[in-house]
Design a protein around this ligand. Structure first.
Ligand code: C2E
Ligand code: CA
Ligand code: CA
Length: 279
């Protein structure tokens, strides 16, 4: 059982029991996940540091498996990638998130929507930009409110393709955020070559704040660099009050993490938005 904000508990079935049986079952079931309408988008608020208000949300997919309950994307995204289900899955998430964003905008809640694009989809889907444009048109959304999150690995694996595709996407008017920034790559020079609006500093750095003394120095350097390059900064994975206190010195624009809220289903997100969003 995991704590999920006020009075909300969800059961996560432990992977250890009947692990291989479960694995076989989900390998089979992944193919019908969309037809059976078993996917759900959860939303996690992103908070403006200065005001403490919600300025955007990140769409995070969940699988409501009829037998195993809620399955985390860490468990099925790799499977979806291996089977090719990732393409319709990501399109479903994008469309669902954009439709919801349109509803919020019509209610006067002018927040941003961040959607994750997996490496597979980024590199293998030739008409990715066309798909995104289709969805934006269909939902009649102002493209600048859509933030495409890509990982650092995407940006680095094949710089030429990454540059071409990112510029294609940027021409639609959407924003691009670099997710999990700072995990594993030492070259920062690519940052100047890619059309990126935001970097999301990886949870690993935030975790260590207050325990490892070098982390503060690295974080300070990353924030300075991002500011110099005119990039917006999101600090990810803020979990505790003490972390928040320490992080306030780094002058990031935005924060995201369990401290503010876990990813929550639509109903709860609606309730939260009525209380606190950037007007
Ligand atoms: P991510 O894009 O880095 O998403 C953030 C993950 O960190 C989410 O896990 C979120 O629940 C978790 N998180 C947020 N705040 C905190 C915190 O304070 N502490 C801790 N410990 N964790 C926090 P989630 O939802 O399980 O998603 C895992 C990953 O699965 C995502 O990592 C993303 O790479 C992928 N994913 C999720 N939804 C989608 C999707 O629709 N499409 C694709 N392609 N990938 C997705
Ligand atoms: Ca993300
Ligand atoms: Ca992340």
């Amino acid at each position: 059982v995991k704590y999920q904000g006020k009075n909300h508990y969800r059961i996560y079935k432990p992977l250890s029991d009947d692990k291989s049986l479960r694995k076989l079952a989900i390998e089979k079931d992944i193919y019908s996940v969309i037809a059976n309408e078993e996917l759900e988008v959860y939303y996690q608020p992103q908070i403006e540091t200065d005001t403490g208000l919600i300025y955007g949300v990140e769409a995070l997919v969940r699988w409501n498996h009829p037998e195993f309950g809620l399955i985390s994307p860490a468990d099925f995204i790799p499977l979806a990638e291996a089977t090719g289900v990732i393409f319709p899955l990501n399109e479903w998430v994008l469309r669902t998130a954009c439709k919801q964003l349109k509803i919020w905008h019509e209610q006067g809640i002018l927040i941003y929507m961040a959607v994750n694009i997996s490496p597979q989809q980024f590199y293998k889907e030739e008409n990715l930009t066309t798909k995104v444009k289709e969805v934006l048109d269909e939902c009649e959304l102002d493209p600048s409110f859509l933030v495409i999150e890509i990982t650092e690995a995407i940006a680095i694996n094949n710089m030429d393709i990454a540059i071409r595709k990112l510029f294609e996407l940027k021409r639609l008017g959407v924003q691009v955020a670099l997710d999990d920034f700072g995990t594993g790559y030492s070259s920062l020079s690519y940052l100047t070559q890619l059309p990126i609006d935001t970097i999301k500093i990886a949870r690993e750095f935030i975790d260590e704040i207050g325990t490892a003394s070098t982390t503060s120095a690295i974080l300070a350097a990353l924030v300075t660099m991002a500011n110099d390059l005119n990039l917006k900064i999101v600090l990810e994975g803020v979990e505790r009050e003490e972390q928040l206190q320490q992080l306030m010195r780094f002058r990031s624009h935005y924060m995201q993490g369990f401290y503010f809220s876990r990813p929550i289903p639509l109903e709860e997100m609606n309730a939260m938005l009525n209380d606190m969003c950037v007007p």
